[in-house]
Design a protein around this ligand. Structure first.
Ligand code: SAH
Length: 396
């Protein structure tokens, strides 16, 4: 049963560590111009650096519009390499690629790039580790190491965009079209940095990645005050809520933050977001054999959601090391889907892309230990795309 798992405390405030070096992507455009001026260069060099950063140019020698004498100086001061690739792992003939990054202090995070015929999605991490303690998630069980800076989060997306543009992912040169905050960490527990990242993702090129709001998904355990704050920002990004149980009794154990903000409160906050944006939100539900996959829970979930602007994304559990939980068997999955659909709730089941490289939700990342910082686990979505069990897909 649930209480057999190690109960970890909820951690909302990240431990303070040495800050990553200053980076242009942490600054507003105006702040960057001031920083460049303080370094003794004309302000417009900030815009040049920003163009190079978002185009994925990391080698100062290639910044040919900046005088050779100033390149090293400026890029060292404002474009320090914050993410060092430790390794890539590929699956699906190279179309799924997981990258393990080492940060300046040795902390490790992962991102996963998934290319489809019609789009390319990167799943990024917003924290090293996670403080939300969900017992079925490897990252949740590893605890929180620290928040990532905006530049560390943005850098993962920029690297994915550059990989797509360069043609190194099979299928020829392409464009990064989607970003999901479904890697390591709770994005809304690192609100200010994630907010900055959203700006960088949505700002048109050359000073951002120029993604559309609907192709950016923020996934949360349900930090209600932060969902409300996001609602007030006037953004229209896709909101995903990790529900995993329709009843408070079970959700208290699967998503411990439910003891702070319960199912009713979380759904109310998501409803307000949906009302403001006019957009359906996504309910994430990992199907765990004999834990949350019973027909009566499908009916409960159906009742909860039938009148709401929501769709359900079911994720067959990816077992994590040490966990005795397993994915629901196919017949149970089918029954769950059928009952939700019968209640009128759009429902899809997520495919398990990348599970062969431990790139699926909740699977262990690094076995490495770098510079004394403990290794960390990362959950990433198998795919952001839901693959319907039945014929029709209601996926937004
Ligand atoms: N902290 C955010 C992002 C987490 S990862 C959140 O909780 O939403 C994205 C999704 O993967 C979440 O819905 C999370 O609950 C789910 N997940 C984590 N571990 C999993 C596992 N072992 N199997 C299936 N889904 C898992």
């Amino acid at each position: 049963m649930v209480d057999a798992m190690t109960a970890l405390p909820l951690v909302f405030d990240a431990p303070r560590r040495t800050k990553p070096p200053r980076h242009l992507a942490d600054l507003t455009r105006e702040e960057a111009r001031v920083a460049v001026t303080e370094l003794g260069h004309p302000a417009f060099r900030a815009d040049q650096l920003s163009r190079h950063f978002y185009a994925g140019v990391t080698d100062p020698a290639l910044m040919t519009d900046v005088p050779a004498a100033a390149r090293q100086d400026l890029s060292a001061a404002l474009l320090p390499g914050l993410l060092t690739p430790v390794r890539h792992q590929s699956a699906d003939g190279g179309r799924t690629r997981k990258t393990l990054w080492r940060l300046h202090d040795g902390a490790l995070v992962e991102s996963v790039l998934m290319r489809y015929p019609d789009r390319a999605t990167v799943c990024i991490s917003s924290q090293a580790g996670c403080g939300m303690a969900c017992p079925f998630c490897a990252t949740g069980q590893s605890g929180l190491t620290r928040n990532l800076s905006a530049a560390e989060i943005i850098g993962q997306a920029v690297a994915a965009a550059a990989a797509m543009a360069s043609g190194e992912i099979p299928g020829g040169p392409g464009r990064l079209s989607n970003v999901v905050f479904m890697g390591m960490g709770e994005p809304l527990a690192n609100y200010a940095r994630v907010r900055k990242t959203l700006d960088a993702l949505l700002t048109p090129a050359p000073h951002g990645l120029g993604l559309s709001q609907r192709s950016v998904t923020v996934s949360t355990v349900g930090l209600v005050p932060a969902i409300r704050k996001l609602t007030e920002e006037g953004l229209n990004v896709t909101l995903a809520v990790s529900l995993h149980a329709p009843d408070d009794e079970l959700r208290n154990t699967l998503v411990p933050v439910n003891t702070r903000w319960n199912v009713g409160e979380v759904l109310e906050a998501a409803d307000a977001y949906a009302r403001r944006t006019g957009r359906r939100y996504s309910i994430e539900y990992a199907l765990i054999r004999d834990i949350n996959d019973q027909p009566f829970r499908a009916d409960l979930l159906g009742e909860l959601l039938s009148t709401r602007l929501a769709h359900v994304n079911l994720i067959p559990l990816n077992p994590t090391p040490g966990s005795k939980w397993d994915a629901s068997p196919l017949p149970a999955q089918r029954e769950f889907v059928a009952r939700l659909r019968a209640a009128g709730v759009p429902t899809t089941v997520r495919d398990t892309r990348g599970s062969d490289i431990d790139g699926a939700c909740g699977q262990l990342a690094a076995a490495d230990q770098v510079d004394g910082v403990p290794s960390v686990a990362v959950p990433v979505p198998a795919v952001e795309e839901a693959v319907p069990l039945g014929a029709e897909s209601d996926q937004a």
